[in-house]
Design a protein around this ligand. Structure first.
Ligand SMILES: Nc1ncnc2c1ncn2[C@@H]1O[C@H](COP(=O)(O)OP(=O)(O)OP(=O)(O)O)[C@@H](O)[C@H]1O
Length: 131
């Protein structure tokens, strides 16, 4: 394990590398992170296939970023709680459950955005198949 002792622009690039390592480590260790990333790829491919307008792309990218950010913060909180309180404690439970609740909220928002941006294109595609 290395601490960021660099200065100036080197410090910036070291911070960038550590942050990237955090994202990769969360992806490798958290099943939920893999599921969210997989769903994000599916949704973005569907956005290409249905030729969604720019505004819909922005909404999708915003909700994907929101969910992944919440998942990263949830992972950070879980790791911190496990470090500080490996034993069972009501506050440890509250911290983990609250962080998980934040992920759930962002996921519900992402589903609503998905329904909003895909509803008409999918309905048009289905009615095109029927006619
Ligand atoms: N130290 C603890 N004290 C009390 N309750 C805990 C503690 N650790 C975990 N829990 C309870 O168990 C649940 C699951 O915790 P865990 O650490 O396994 O995370 P998780 O839900 O498996 O998260 P993920 O699947 O994202 O890794 C928590 O939401 C909490 O309710």
């Amino acid at each position: 394990m290395v601490k960021n002792t660099a200065v100036g622009h080197k410090k910036f690039w070291h911070s960038f590398r550590f942050a990237s390592q955090g994202i990769v480590s969360a992806f490798k260790s958290e099943l939920n992170m893999k599921v969210h990333c997989g769903l994000a790829v599916v949704v973005l491919v569907a956005a290409v296939v249905f030729r969604l307008p720019l505004a819909s792309w922005m909404l999708l990218l915003f909700s994907i970023t929101l969910v992944l950010t919440a998942e990263l913060l949830n992972t950070a909180i879980e790791a911190t709680v496990d470090l500080i309180s490996p034993e069972i404690h009501p506050l440890a439970k509250r911290a983990k459950d609250t962080a998980a609740g934040a992920v759930l909220l962002t996921a519900v928002f992402a589903v609503l955005v998905g329904v909003y941006v895909f509803y008409h294109p999918v309905m048009d595609w289905i009615s095109g198949l029927m006619s």
